[in-house]
Write a new protein. Structure first.
Length: 355
């Protein structure tokens, strides 16, 4: 048991999202971002002596400042609209799945309109076919974002560290788009809430195995929120494929405020912790508060990434980031191996609290 009992901010509504399945390379595959993730994490952290706190349902104002109003309205209404359409009878599909993507490849400079059918409109906001919208998706995603902002408010009122059990995860969600199993960007909400709570500069350190393209994009041109990520090299063929390279360093006011540290598949504790140390030193130098995007899918047993980090590695990462002494909101991102998921999160928090 760690000496410092970290508040674990959670909401029962985060269980309501059931992706059902993913559509990947054109076929239906089993979803890995499942509601059972919430319960294994909750149970392990309770057993480790941490303090469970239910989110109070606030936070919509910060959410609206991070995300485009059109995206929020789409996520709120899409599943209901889908059920009113012919999709169930026609093809047996009860989840919202995009059908076409109105990227420049399609529109090529022509003036474009919003599509009137939900299956065609989905591709305006969804950027992949793996991130389906079901009946409880909006309520769960909104509750997850609420956990992030509530955890930030605890830190803003004197708590040294708070953990937000956000599910579905968030770091792939952009201002106006969703994908990568993410709908709303919980880490961006936490960072924005910390800023509003008085932190002049916030550092985000993203430990998820995948580059957090959504968070990176939200803050790419801002100097008041640093974004640093260690992740499997997208150039080696890993999600999100087209961004997350080391030469992306921010622009405008955000020049120098983004750092990407991609690692080759097969990387284990030593090199991964070297990158984490680098990001801990970078953020502790200039920031007043920290957001940790705690994906534990860099662990060796995880089915979604080829990194080989150990549970001890996650504990050590926690002590490096806890050792900065910065007030911190730790936000749950990915991590899909149910038998080890809780232990990885608990190890990180033990390290962070002791650090
Ligand atoms: C938050 C997070 O960790 N999102 C992960 C997004 C990466 N997903 C890439 C999926 C690649 C295909 N997975 C096939 C597994 C079968 N379900
Ligand atoms: Zn991930």
């Amino acid at each position: 048991m760690s000496q410092y009992r970290v508040p674990v901010v959670w909401s029962p509504d985060t269980r309501l999202h059931d992706p059902g399945h993913e559509v990947w390379v054109g076929v239906t595959t089993a979803a890995t971002e499942v509601a059972a993730r919430v319960d294994v994490i909750l149970e392990t952290l309770r057993d480790a002596g941490h303090r469970l706190v239910e989110a109070d349902g606030s936070g919509d104002e910060v959410l609206e400042s991070v995300h485009d109003a059109g995206l929020l309205a789409f996520l709120r209404t899409a599943h209901e609209r889908w059920l009113q359409g012919p999709y169930g009878d026609l093809v047996g599909q009860d989840r919202v799945v995009p059908y076409l993507f109105p990227t420049p490849a399609m529109t090529d400079g022509l003036p474009t309109r919003a599509a009137v059918t939900v299956h065609a409109e989905a591709g305006r906001y969804a950027y992949d076919t793996m991130t389906l919208v079901g009946p409880g998706t909006w309520r769960a995603a909104r509750a997850a974002a609420g956990c992030a902002s509530y955890a930030a408010s605890l830190v803003g009122t004197g708590e040294r560290t708070a953990y937000a059990l956000c599910r579905p995860p968030g770091h792939h969600a952009t201002r106006a788009g969703f994908g990568g199993s993410c709908y709303l960007n919980n880490a961006a909400v936490a960072a924005e809430a910390l800023r509003r709570g008085g932190a002049a500069k916030v550092g985000i350190v993203d430990l998820d195995a995948h580059h957090g393209n959504g968070t990176a994009a939200v803050f790419y041109e801002r100097g008041d929120v640093l974004y640093g990520s260690v992740h499997v090299d997208p150039g080696a063929g890993w999600f999100p494929h087209v961004v997350g390279y080391a030469d992306e360093t921010g622009s405008g006011d955000g020049q120098g405020a983004t750092r990407n540290l991609p690692l080759p598949p097969g990387t284990g504790d030593e090199a991964w912790l070297g990158a984490v140390r680098d990001l801990a030193e970078w953020t502790s130098g200039s920031c007043d508060a920290l957001v940790v995007s705690l994906g534990v899918d860099a662990a060796r047993d995880d089915p979604e990434s080829p990194l080989l980090v150990s549970q001890e590695g996650y504990r050590a990462a926690g002590s490096l980031l806890g050792g900065t002494g910065l007030p911190a909101v730790v936000v749950q991102e990915g991590g899909y191996h149910l038998p080890t998921l809780g232990g990885l999160v608990a190890a990180y928090l033990a390290g962070h609290a002791a650090g």
